[in-house]
Ligand binder design. Structure first.
Ligand SMILES: [Fe+2]
Length: 338
């Protein structure tokens, strides 16, 4: 069968920008506990990277009144791929236009998913070159592994909440060329989808927002590659008063080893203990989970993902029930450290 859909036009998830009402607390969390390096400060923003992130930053924290995802950037596989994807997004009426490059980046094309999440596409990105004292003897490692906290290696994936999961999935599939690796359905309704355009089991996931709000953020995951690190990190978070939502355990969906916590700004962060399933065959079949399989899908080891937060709390927080308009900050309490 002739394949007409775009293929591997998106290379990977390059970075994410989060808004934090507690920027000092967020910076402490990501640097002291997760071992990320600060590489730049501009205005109300700080830029950070894990020790194996290939670029000068994978996380930008910007001070603001409410926790939320400002944007996430996807790097294309070539300059031509960027322009092809931009034409497709613009033709679909989702594009906002080009913006100047951020720190370490060339121009980016900004657009919104049908649910309202801001995504950017870019090709030009500097490779990170560590100063001499941070260079690793391991040549594929862009910088030394830090000696404190339980250091994450790199950004791994992004999970978005959506009022209409299928609409966001179709945008990622039809306009960006992503493939749906796994999905979760409730009868005829699609309530979750896990997608990638490379060998990872997922890089962008979308789950139904139980509050009915639009365009919210569920979590960003950073990669350890060793499940034991999730157990080590759980001890660290308990001792440091960081709220643990669930884990360590292993998802059935993606087979990734997970641990969910809330950073001091109120955004949910996942520590991804290992890569989970990898997609090597070009004709990988989408697997569809049903609600009677959700216990295994969520946690093979039986950990409970708490309904009162995991399926309802996203950023920005909203009141329940929601009227379906874009989520505005409310008094819905964000989890805070003990
Ligand atoms: Fe995740």
């Amino acid at each position: 069968m002739h394949e007409t859909r775009p293929h591997h036009e998106i290379a990977h998830l390059a970075c994410i920008e989060l808004c934090s009402p507690d920027p000092a607390g967020s910076e402490w969390f990501f640097t002291q506990l997760l071992g990320m390096y600060v590489t730049e400060r501009r205005g109300q923003s700080v830029y950070l990277r894990g020790y194996e992130d290939p670029y000068p930053w994978s996380l930008k924290i910007t001070e603001g009144p409410t926790p939320r995802m400002v944007h996430a950037s996807l790097r294309t596989s070539s300059a031509d791929a960027l322009h092809r994807r931009v034409r497709a997004v613009a033709a679909a009426g989702l594009g906002d236009g080009w913006i100047d490059g951020d720190f370490g980046h060339g121009p980016a094309y900004r657009f919104h998913t049908p649910d309202g999440h801001e995504l950017r596409l870019l090709w030009e990105a500097e490779q990170y070159l560590a100063p001499p004292d941070l260079r690793s003897k391991i040549l594929t490692r862009p910088s030394k592994k830090p000696l404190h906290g339980v250091p994450v290696r790199r950004i791994d994936h992004l999970n978005l909440m959506a009022a209409d999961v299928s609409a966001v999935r179709r945008t990622c599939e039809d306009l960006l060329g992503m493939r749906t690796r796994e999905r979760l359905v409730d009868g005829d309704a699609e309530v979750g989808t896990w997608m990638s355009s490379n060998n990872l089991g997922h890089e962008v996931a979308v789950m139904r927002d139980a509050r009915g709000a639009l365009g919210r953020f569920h979590h960003v995951a950073f990669y350890y590659g060793v499940a034991q690190h999730n157990a080590d990190a759980a001890e660290m978070f308990r001792e440091q008063g960081v709220p643990i939502e669930a884990g360590p355990d292993r998802h059935g969906i993606s087979q990734g080893a997970f641990l969910y916590v809330f950073e001091p700004g109120g955004n949910r962060v996942e520590l991804f203990g290992d890569p989970g399933v990898l997609v090597l065959e070009p004709d990988f079949r989408t697997r569809t989970w049903t609600m009677d399989e959700i216990d295994v899908g969520m946690a093979i080891g039986g950990a409970q993902l708490p309904w009162e937060t995991y399926f309802t709390y996203g950023t920005p927080p909203v009141e329940a029930p929601h009227d379906g308009t874009t989520g505005a900050a409310t008094s819905d309490p964000a989890p805070v450290p003990d």
